[in-house]
Design a protein around this ligand. Sequence first.
Ligand code: PNS
Length: 161
Amino acid sequence: MSRVAVFPGSFDPMTMAHLDVARRAAALFDRLVIGVLHNPKKSPVFDIDERVAMIRASVADFDANVQVEAFDGLTVVFAERNEASFIVRGLRAVSDFEAELQMAHTNRKLQRGVDTVFLMSALEFGYLSSTLAKEVAQFGGDVSGMVPPPVAAALAARFAS
Ligand code: PNS
């Protein structure tokens, strides 16, 4: 039996914390599909194609069992479409837990065949968020070590002016 998981998120942009979770999840599952949410109600810094491209470049050295796809709508539908029985999410701190618990229960209510699996973020990335990385880059700070190199380059280009 092949174990397939999706790793959904906004990824605006992907951070080292996300990358670390993706790497560890890829080792746990036969196939991992990183799902980049296209939410027309939000105004991300990077559009959906840019976010997908940056993640693909960031996971280029991963095993071939990792794919990156855009999706819209419900995560459980995205999971079903990929024949995935698991949703992977990273937990940085207790503060993440409440919202993640609510999402996990909602997803289970929507689709009993899909379970959420949490991976604790690596200790060194516990402070990181996409929002913080964008803020640091916006004010000219050094984001290397916070985001994968393709993302650091994209942030530098975006905020160059
Ligand atoms: O990176 P984020 O913003 O924390 O990811 C949140 C995400 C994309 C996992 C969540 O908002 C989501 O699953 N959105 C899709 C809509 C959905 O399925 N909603 C019901 C379950 S919460």
